[in-house]
Design a protein around this ligand. Sequence first.
Ligand SMILES: Nc1nc2c(ncn2[C@@H]2O[C@H](COP(=O)(O)OP(=O)(O)OP(=O)(O)O)[C@@H](O)[C@H]2O)c(=O)[nH]1
Ligand SMILES: [Mg+2]
Length: 384
Amino acid sequence: MKFVDEVEIRVDAGDGGNGCISFRREKYIPKGGPDGGDGGDGGDVYLEADENLNTLIDYRFERFHKAERGKNGMGKNCTGRRGNDIVLPVPPGTRATDIDTGEVLGDLTKHGQRLMVAKGGFHGLGNTRFKSSINRAPRQKTDGTPGEVRPLKLELMLLADVGLLGMPNAGKSTFIRSVSAARPKVADYPFTTLIPNLGVVRPAPHQSFVIADIPGLIEGAAEGAGLGIQFLKHLERCRLLLHLVDLAPFDETDPAEQARIIINELEKYSPKLAEKPRWLVINKVDLLLDEEVQEKVDELVKSLNWDGPVFQIAALEGRGSDALCREVMSYLETLPAPDTEQHEEADPVEFMWDTYHEEVLEEEMDDEDDDDDDDHDVEVIYQK
Ligand SMILES: Nc1nc2c(ncn2[C@@H]2O[C@H](COP(=O)(O)OP(=O)(O)OP(=O)(O)O)[C@@H](O)[C@H]2O)c(=O)[nH]1
Ligand SMILES: [Mg+2]
């Protein structure tokens, strides 16, 4: 299935149904009172995380999603039915952003988690509501308010614990193949990997973490060179980055220079990402003699001014890979649990009509007290 990690859609909540003006009409009851019912609220639009999905591709083809309008109120005090909600399934790891305001509405990280992204319009009031001691035959009602309309950007950010970073050909896909069951393509040309891949690593029974292999970066990626930096967003939720460096590039470029390019691009993309814990993983040590390796690694570390952890591996034959994964696992275990809880506590999103409803209702009640507009035919208090 094609991997799509960013789409723009529009969600329309249903409008509220209108209130109704009606009077009781029955044989032998000449002046029946008002009996116009309220309308129903419009349906809401929700996003729901569904672990059976792993791409947003469906939304490439279907961009408009509308919830049902509330039904109008009817005579005999019948309230209109509420409009049905719609629930749009998205893969876990999806972030929803309002395109107009740039506000992040929320992150869906756990299966079954729901997020309201457009609130249905509020129902209109029927004329029964306007009955009072001074106005026994009110000819007022209100219309439902419009449902909220939101242009939304959905972004899928993979939920991996560890992200692989590096130049094309550094051996990222080879590494993920050597430590997990993931089988991304490996080849000796750059940009073999075009879409992110996830692999589950199990360093010991009952222990596991998820690792993400993303396409390689090159100089100028922040400006769009190569495949650009769009895939870096998949690393935003990782707790550790492994920066793979090819110690013996076939084009004989300087590994330190190559490593610096990646660090620069990372900083250009997001200082927050650049500050994430990052380990240097020197790959392809099998291509050099042992003494040479140590010498080159020392040179590299010195040239980069690197004081973080350094590992040496030969991903192709799996040398050093398992030891690295065990270290990663112990490191992850020292960290607090992933920040999914935080998202749930995030500030609730305020919907356009949230306060409006309260205000209108309050106003409505105040109006009722000094209701002297009997001669009006129909008064529509708020309109779409
Ligand atoms: N000798 C040797 N070759 C390796 C090692 N790791 C990877 N390679 C080779 O390096 C080449 C590139 O490996 P990939 O795993 O495709 O590299 P990548 O970083 O995923 O590259 P992109 O997907 O293009 O970003 C392949 O020909 C691999 O066989 C290693 O440890 N030793
Ligand atoms: Mg690859």
